[in-house]
Design a protein around this ligand. Structure first.
Ligand code: ADP
Ligand code: MG
Length: 338
């Protein structure tokens, strides 16, 4: 045993990378969330070999100022929160300042970024170290390329699933991000093939159509209800359109895709006896609340959150789904889709 000592920052980043960057899809998630937080209206994602060879994200957001670029890659460095008060009022997707340092500790990263009307920066890092930094002629926004993910963590590389599974995890997360940000135009390319393209015009039904197809979109109905604490709205499938898994349900809490079993149950309850056992609806449910009611600081990936008044929210959801589905049944088939 050696004396207790502080680990050097690169090693510390590599350790925490294990929590944030589990697989290529986690890198895609973190990078796209940064693009969303930067106020982008367009985000273009391209992966090669399910992200193992490369992951590129190009946005037209606010960019990183020249004198802050190195800071962006340090641990717990963020522009999104400053004090304890902010921690209870999170309005951005990121705030922990962990993604970039974690990603660069296990890959080879080149980033070009510029703020409006100023010269930009191009920076190249590998395994947590800066290899090169120069002034660049970039347009507003950020272009980041992550190559050779997990090149220095062979165990992690070895335990990844097949390329197909990793790619579907990427598609899944991009789909959810696109559903939660309908005002952003997203595109996703995999080895040059387009897997998703959304218009970015704020129309949720069009995003549903881009992801699940027009036939599904046609059988999804709008619902909306609110009380003093929450507003729930979105699209739910007619009871005749179901799937064998819960994967086609997205809960978007203040713009963040979250997983929550209680909400899933409440949604299914809203269908009453109309769903067959083992079948699930398709749904995109947006939930808006005061951020104070949501604790997102539960897990590094922030997909699990704690919701105060969760029971009340679940009741609001089942009631509104129930009301909407019952109402649909009263409309004669001949008048539907008119
Ligand atoms: P967090 O998102 O939790 O703040 P990150 O490590 O993901 O931490 O990013 C660190 C900082 O780098 C962010 O707070 C932000 O200021 C800046 N940044 C990262 N990506 C972008 C981007 N695409 N556009 C603008 N700024 C970015
Ligand atoms: Mg981030």
């Amino acid at each position: 045993m050696v004396q207790i000592h502080q680990l050097d920052s690169i090693l510390a980043d590599q350790i925490s990378a294990g929590e944030v960057v589990e697989r290529p899809a986690s890198v895609v998630k973190e990078l796209v969330e940064n693009s969303i937080d930067a106020g982008s209206s367009q985000v273009d994602i391209a992966v090669e070999d399910a992200g193992l060879k490369s992951i590129q994200v190009i946005d037209n957001g606010q960019g990183i100022p020249v004198d802050e670029i190195e800071m962006a890659f340090r641990r717990h460095a963020t522009s999104k929160i400053s004090d304890r008060q902010d921690l209870f009022q999170i309005v951005t997707l990121g705030f922990r300042g962990e993604a970039l340092p974690s990603i660069v500790s296990v890959s080879d990263v080149t980033m070009e970024t510029a703020i409006e009307g100023k010269a930009g920066t191009k920076i190249h890092l590998k395994g947590g170290k800066i290899l090169e930094k120069q002034v660049s002629e970039s347009r507003r926004g950020t272009n980041i390329i992550v190559n050779d993910l997990f090149f220095n963590t062979p165990a992690r590389l070895k335990y990844l699933s097949s390329v197909q599974t990793e790619l579907s995890a990427i598609t899944d997360i991009v789909n959810r991000l696109a559903l939660s940000h309908t005002d952003i135009a997203f595109s996703l390319l995999s080895n040059g093939r387009e897997l998703l393209h959304t218009p970015g015009n704020g129309n949720l039904k069009q995003v549903i159509s881009a992801i699940y197809g027009i036939n599904v979109a046609k059988q999804m109905i709008h619902f909306e209800k609110q009380n003093n604490d929450f507003k729930v709205s979105g699209y739910i499938s007619l009871p005749k359109l179901t799937r064998a898994s819960r994967n086609y349900v997205s809960f978007l809490l203040n713009g963040r895709y979250v997983r929550n079993n209680q909400l899933s149950k409440a949604l299914v309850q809203g269908y009453g006896s109309k769903l067959m056992v083992g079948r699930y609806p398709l749904a995109v449910v947006s939930i808006e609340s005061d951020p104070i009611l949501v604790d997102v600081n539960v897990h590094p990936t922030k997909q699990e959150v704690k919701i105060s008044k969760e029971q009340e929210l679940c009741e609001l959801l089942s009631k509104s789904v129930y009301a909407r589905i019952s109402q649909e049944n009263l409309i004669p088939d001949a008048l539907k889709n008119m």
